[in-house]
Design a protein around this ligand. Sequence first.
Ligand code: ATP
Ligand code: MG
Length: 445
Amino acid sequence: MRMSRYFLPVLKETPREAQIVSHRLMLQAGLIKQASAGIYSWLPMGYKVLERLSRIVHEEQARAGHLAMLMPTIQSADLWRESGRYDAYGDEMLRIKDRGGREMLFTPTAEELVTDIFRSHVSSYKDLPLTLYQIQWKFRDETRPRFGVMRGREFLMKDGYNFDLTAEDALHSYNRHLVTYLRTYERMGLQAIPMRADSGPIGGEDTHEFLVLAETGESEVFYDSEITDLTFGDRDIDFDDKAACAAVLAEFTSRYARTDETHDEAVFAEVPEARRRTARGIEVGQIFYFGTKYSDAMGATVQGPDGKPTAVHMGSHGIGVSRLLGAIIEAHHDGKGIIWPEGVTPFHAGIVNLRQGDAETDAACEDLYAQLRKAGLDPLYDDRDERAGAKFGTMDLIGLPWRITVGPRGLKSGVVELTSRRTGESVEVSPADAVARLVAVYDGI
Ligand code: ATP
Ligand code: MG
């Protein structure tokens, strides 16, 4: 992409409504624009990151054998009456009427809808296990929408639902989700710690929330510092292997890590004092096992191996895709702006032309731009007729992990400058070498 043709409405002034750094940077870097309280338009670069996050979620779900689908944003109230949640959900649910006076609602979550699909089409245990998920906009009329996309009213969520014959199989689904989530967040450059949590209006027995530690997080968390040494890394897990998935769950949940809702001082006191931490965290996901709660209420049964109807065991699992942008920026920024992790960056590298209009420099930039694209990378070329300082300022603000600076002086000795946004370190290399290095950096990401 050429900057001259891009739509990147960078703000010169600091937006006053932003209370936390990620909200401020998202507005300043032209990623989002507020449409009304807690509701945002996603401008091209913000949307690009949102799409990258969605792609990572899809890839990791596919790896675990979960099936992507799409359910509507508008639901009928009838299904929610069946489960008993229409009245229970309260003011967070946005309720609307169609022209025929029928009660409808904007989906805050989709347990009822997916259970209805299941009961209509699945009748035998032989069709289990089944996990369906979607990445779809949700609406919750939050009392206090704030911090930009972090607590919106409209937000993008991945929501997944598993259907299993037995509690044991459903537990495996739970563990499998924990494993996929660990990998998903790490690919996004985040450490998200699974913490024992409270189930809230979804109801249920087992639940863990995934929290990214950050001063601006809304949840208070308590944990054993050893947990932050754990990484999932590049493990190749067989998702059908119950023992392997259970071992990962045990590894990542055996140390004390809880939100304030489930925190227990007496149990926490057993953690050696030097390892006890109290901090704040951003909830970026949650997994639930709730047994037969919805299948009982809505009659979702299958014929079991003994020929008798059995209520299926279910769980649901959510990732706050749009909130993740805020969480990633909270975790990766400095005084100058965003620092995107390579896995989620909107463009792989920025090209800064120091002397726009100089034939030789322009040609070198054009060539570099073409070579990067040929190598399968997605560069952003700042070809505007602007001062170098302004170009550097924009690049630092929007936070592309790598910058290639091209100027007449370097070109005389055949080099350009390759700079890491994170460390600020630069190397002078030939344009071909810069391309090769970037290809190596992004290999496998
Ligand atoms: P919270 O406690 O933050 O209100 P929740 O527990 O009600 O969230 P879930 O039903 O678990 O939310 O939804 C799954 C994920 O969706 C959450 O882990 C969070 O990352 C995201 N999410 C929930 N509410 C919002 C919101 N208002 N704005 C942005 N993301 C949200
Ligand atoms: Mg939650």
